[in-house]
Each structure stands twice: as structure tokens, then as C-alpha cells.
Design a protein around this ligand. Structure first.
Ligand code: ATP
Length: 310
């Protein structure tokens, strides 16, 4: 394990922000931490990054205890904080230089790595500009360039796509995949389940400072996928049609709202073709069919009774 956290507790005064958390990250993963605002994601990763002191618990990174090897561990980590953390009075190039030096790079190697980081984030052509002349997305990319200039083994990204344009967002998501391919282990926090779903190999869902579920996408979805759900828009509906569908083997529920019929069946009942037959026999026409797949949002909803963004 590249990261191993045991019984982590963090309080702000009386408020318990991280409640006895255990967490493991394997080398080479894109590890997703998903949860609504205030769940405790930032607090968790800030403790991993050594930016927030813990109240109790053990953090091991690279199989070394954080308490005794903090400096060494930090040298091999890159952190992209939630808030943009670059210097307004320095150009993009100077900003990345600054962070490169901070991480111990020197001379020709420093220059090469700065160029690589700026190329990687698509900012080389704008390297002489000051961040104030950058769009929100470009500032975020500069934030990333500063965090990766020393080619860290672990990169921690805290909601790096909040409030930016779709083009920069795509650029960042692609960069995350690329950095992972180049060998970095990534910790990625977000309250956007689509991003976590697209990027992450392993996912932990947090709420109120606790882990409520963790596993691969498939494992998490399996938690709620004991049923198949489909909806069909048809030209006309009548009671007999609904009753006939209800009588099919494996169907748990069938109802309609106007001309849209929803059918919930036991997993793998495979009765779509039978439902279609019933509709055809009733002389109704099918306008559209929608097979609903389980989502991480659905997992969160089932486990907490709330949506991720309420
Ligand atoms: P967000 O996406 O909004 O950043 P999060 O999941 O990252 O949410 P945290 O920022 O870790 O959550 O915050 C967890 C809880 O701890 C929140 O209720 C927050 O208000 C509280 N909190 C965070 N930092 C502090 C602090 N320095 N002092 C007091 N309370 C804090």
C-alpha cells in the first residue's frame, strides 16, 4: 500500500470532521474520494498531505510513518489545493520555477522540469503572463503545473474542476489520466460523481466524516443493483397492459405516469422482449425505451437517503 491510514480522527473544536477513518490506497491507482460539501474530504487529504495535524491515528505513506518521515514523504507528493495557490506577482514560468526549487530541483534539471510541466498543462505559450490575465481554468492548470513539476509519486487533487469552463475541465481530466499512466498514484476528491466514475479505479464515499462505502465502481454499484429498471414511452396505456406486465415472472413493480411505463424487475429477469410483446399486443406503439443503469449517485442516495448535491 502506498498510503495506509488507521483510526484517523480530526476535530475542529467540538466538531468531529473525520471520525475514526481507515483507508488504504494502492500504488498506481486513481483513488477517488467522493462526498457532498462538508463531508470531510479536504480535511482527510490535508492530513495525508501533512497540511493538517491529526488528533489521533496513524498515517503511513510509502510504508513510512508520517510522524517521523514527514519531510521525505512530502518531497514525493504534489498537492493541488482546492483554492488557487499561485503568486500573483510572479509570471506562470516564475511560479512553476518557485515550486520546483521548493521541491529541491536545481539548474538545468529545474529548467527542463518547469518546461515539461508547462507543456503538459498547455501553458508553455502563455508562460510569460501573470496569473491575473489567465482564465479560471488556466489558473487551475497553473496550480497543477506547480504541483507536478517535481514529478511526484503521489499527486493529490482537491476538487480541481470546480467552477471552470468545460474545455479546461476536459484538459484536467485528461491530464489526470496521463499523469497516472506516467506512473503517479492519484488521489482525487470531488462531489461530481461523473468525474469520479470516469477517472477512478477505486472509490471511497464519505459523509459526515465517515466512510460509508468503498470499492471499485462495479462493487459499489452491485450494492444497489439487485434490480433492473426500465422505462418505456408508448402511444397509449390501459389497465390490462399494465396488469399483464405485472404478471410477468420477476416483475416487482409496474406503473405508469401518463404514457411512460416504468418496470422494476428482479436482477437479470431479462423480460424486455416480453414487455415489448405485451405492448404490441395491446396495439400500442413504443416511442422510446430507457434502461436505467445504477450510478454512484444512486449508491449515495440508497446509503444516505440524500443526493450528493442537496
Ligand atoms: P468541501 O467540498 O465543501 O470542501 P469537504 O468534504 O472537503 O467539503 P471539509 O472541508 O473537510 O469537507 O470540511 C468538513 C467539515 O469540517 C465541514 O463541516 C467544515 O465546515 C468543517 N471545517 C473544515 N475546516 C475547518 C476549520 N478550519 N475550522 C472549523 N471547521 C472546519
Amino acid at each position: 500500500m502506498i498510503i495506509e491510514i488507521k483510526n484517523l480522527v480530526k476535530r475542529y473544536g467540538d466538531f468531529l470532521a473525520v471520525d475514526n477513518m481507515n483507508l488504504k490506497v494502492r500504488e498506481g491507482e486513481i483513488f477517488g474520494l467522493l462526498g457532498p460539501n462538508g463531508a470531510g474530504k479536504t480535511t482527510t487529504i490535508n492530513t495525508i498531505a501533512g497540511l493538517t495535524k491529526v488528533d489521533s491515528g496513524d498515517i503511513k505513506i510509502f510504508e513510512k510513518d508520517m510522524k517521523h518521515h514527514e519531510l521525505e514523504i512530502k518531497r514525493n507528493m504534489g498537492i493541488v489545493p482546492q483554492d488557487i495557490a499561485v503568486f500573483g506577482e510572479l509570471t506562470a514560468y516564475e511560479n512553476v520555477m518557485f515550486f520546483g526549487k521548493l521541491y529541491g530541483l536545481r539548474d538545468g534539471n529545474l529548467k527542463d522540469k518547469v518546461q515539461e510541466a508547462l507543456n503538459f498543462t498547455g501553458l508553455w505559450d502563455r508562460r510569460k503572463d501573470f496569473p491575473k490575465n489567465y482564465s479560471g481554468g488556466m489558473k487551475r492548470r497553473l496550480n497543477i503545473a506547480c504541483a507536478i513539476v517535481h514529478q511526484p509519486k503521489i499527486i493529490i487533487m482537491d476538487e480541481p474542476t470546480v467552477g471552470i469552463d468545460p474545455q479546461s475541465r476536459n484538459h484536467i481530466l485528461q491530464s489526470v489520466k496521463e499523469l497516472n499512466k506516467l506512473g503517479s498514484t492519484i488521489i482525487y476528491t470531488s462531489h461530481y460523481m461523473e468525474e469520479i466514475e470516469e477517472l477512478c479505479t477505486n472509490i471511497t464515499i464519505m459523509d459526515h466524516g465517515k466512510i460509508i462505502a468503498s470499492g471499485t465502481k462495479e462493487e459499489l454499484k452491485a450494492l444497489i443493483s439487485s434490480e433492473d429498471k426500465m422505462s418505456l414511452e408508448v402511444s397509449s396505456v390501459n389497465y390490462t397492459l399494465i396488469d399483464n406486465i405485472k404478471n410477468l415472472q420477476g416483475v416487482r413493480e409496474c406503473s405508469n405516469e401518463g404514457n411512460v411505463i416504468t418496470v422494476i424487475s428482479n436482477k437479470n429477469s431479462k423480460n424486455l422482449s416480453k414487455v415489448i410483446d405485451i405492448i404490441n399486443e395491446a396495439d400500442s406503439e413504443i416511442m422510446s425505451i430507457n434502461i436505467e443503469k445504477p450510478t454512484l449517485e444512486g449508491v449515495f442516495l440508497t446509503l444516505t437517503g440524500r443526493t450528493l448535491r442537496d
